[in-house]
Design a protein around this ligand. Structure first.
Ligand code: ARG
Length: 462
């Protein structure tokens, strides 16, 4: 046990209490951001004349050498330290002597950890944005290839009207596009530097907080020191956005699982992203999609955990807030894996055009268009709806599609039917006539794909 706070104590801490209190097993993830923050702090201290330039140089060199040694496996992050901040400070003092003892001037672990979490989360927000962009590019490619791949669109999981693969996947493009824009919003709201807030009430040293913020690529310093050390709103926003990403991934997973089932066979998942059964030799299971769907629960749980942790905390810092880390790390790691794997799986998945089209043909997805045909010939819509309803019943009995009937059979339902009905209710016509923006018709889809391309090209986080 090597703690930073010995002076005030006469007894030593209970071992279980020490372990319960310690965070080094998980906040060691902050090594790099803690070094970066400490270097900026020391640079600012020297600029303000609070430490000398020689001391600054020793601190910077010392911190860099610790980071290097840990990365090279020459120095272990030992659990004898309470947290990553103590580990770094103790090692720094060991390496550079008294100069190392000055790095914590005008700083508290409260603003230090607030900075570390923010720097780390900011990097992860950018990482998620990259993964979401990668997902959008994958979807964009599927859309470009799927403009004429007809498939049934569903409501209530019942075949409803024909759409195309491009159109169906395009719905997910919109979802992940909103997710990406949420990352940008979060980035812009969170990008303020809490360092210099001290324990809660700022410090009496003449710190230049604007300068520190600038060194760390923040837009500026945060404006209330009590809020600075106790704000985790940005993490809640991040975990909320990640929960929404998982909700989208989970819905998509559910569709992939349905499309992959023996009854549909709309897709073949590549061997690299499926698994077999230990007993049933014929099995090829969509485990990745199922796991993504399953892991949605833990990310929602992480968000709930953080919200609940924060709800009763009076100002300013309280140790409860140490609990933010494992929840955030778990959500970030999970979503990062899910987004990466899901996009990889989609890039290698085979969409089976034939069963998709057959399925669209067979589920009376053109019934609305058949009713519209009669309306165009002068029948009121409600009557046309009823005629086609009876026609569908007749086809169900005959086990055929409307398209399979003879004209004379159709005429028994309405004299208005003519030869042109067959063209009017073909899959191609049903889709291509839906041309308002956002609809599946090829010309409308091409416009949307063009807009998506422009979005992807022009998107910037800040
Ligand atoms: N491990 C702590 C955390 O994660 C660091 C801050 C400690 N501050 C304190 N006053 N004990 O929140």
């Amino acid at each position: 046990m090597a703690q930073l706070w010995g002076g005030r104590f006469t007894g030593s801490i209970n071992e279980l209490a020490w372990n319960f209190n310690a965070s080094i097993t998980f906040d060691k993830r902050f090594l790099e951001v803690d070094v970066r923050g400490s270097k900026a702090h020391a640079t600012m201290l020297a600029k303000q004349g609070i430490i000398t330039e020689e001391e600054r140089d020793l601190i910077l060199k010392g911190l860099d050498s610790i980071l290097e040694d840990v990365k090279a496996g020459k120095l272990e992050i030992s659990t004898k330290y309470e947290d990553i901040h103590s580990f770094l400070e103790a090692n720094l003092i060991e390496r550079v002597g008294d100069a190392g003892k000055k790095v914590h001037t005008g700083r508290s672990r409260n603003d230090q950890v607030a900075l570390d979490m923010r720097l780390y989360a900011r990097g992860e927000v950018e990482h998620m944005a990259d993964l979401l962009k990668n997902m959008l590019e994958t979807l964009d490619n599927i859309m470009k290839d799927g403009i004429d791949t007809y498939m049934p669109g569903f409501t209530h999981l019942q075949k409803a009207q024909p759409v195309t693969l491009a159109h169906h996947v395009g719905a997910y493009f919109e979802m992940f596009k909103r997710d990406l824009l949420r990352m940008k919003d979060i980035y812009n709201r969170m990008n303020y530097c809490p360092l210099g807030a001290g324990a809660l009430a700022g410090t009496t040293y003449p710190l230049d907080r604007e300068y520190t913020a600038q060194l760390l690529d923040f837009y500026g310093p945060t404006l209330n020191s009590m809020d600075s050390v106790s704000d985790r709103d940005y993490l809640i926003e991040f975990l909320s956005a990640l929960s929404t990403v998982m909700m989208h991934l989970s819905r998509f997973s559910e569709e992939i699982i349905i499309w992959n089932c023996n009854e549909y066979r709309f897709v073949d998942i590549d061997d690299a992203y499926s698994t077999g059964s230990s007993i049933m030799p014929q099995k090829k299971n969509p485990d990745i999609a199922e796991l993504v769907r399953g892991k949605t629960g833990r990310v929602y749980g992480d968000l709930m955990s953080l919200l609940t942790t924060m709800k009763g905390i009076p100002l300013a810092y309280n140790k409860d807030m140490q609990e933010d880390k494992e929840a955030a790390f778990d959500a970030i790691d999970t979503v990062s894996d899910c987004l990466t794997l899901f996009a990889d799986m989609l890039r290698t998945i085979k969409f089976n055009k034939e069963p998709m089209e057959k399925s669209a043909m067979m589920g009376f997805t053109n019934a609305t268009d058949a009713a519209d045909y009669l309306v165009n010939k002068g029948m009121p819509f409600r009557d046309a709806h009823s005629v086609i309803g009876r026609l569908v019943l007749y086809c169900i009995d005959k086990k055929c599609a409307i398209d399979d009937l003879e004209l004379k059979e159709l005429k028994e339902f309405s004299e208005l039917f003519d030869e042109d009905i067959f063209d009017a209710i073909s899959l191609e016509t049903c889709v291509s006539k839906r041309l308002t923006i956002g609809a599946p018709g090829a010309d409308a889809m091409k416009k949307v794909i063009e807009l998506n391309g422009k979005f992807l090209k022009e998107f910037e986080m800040h």
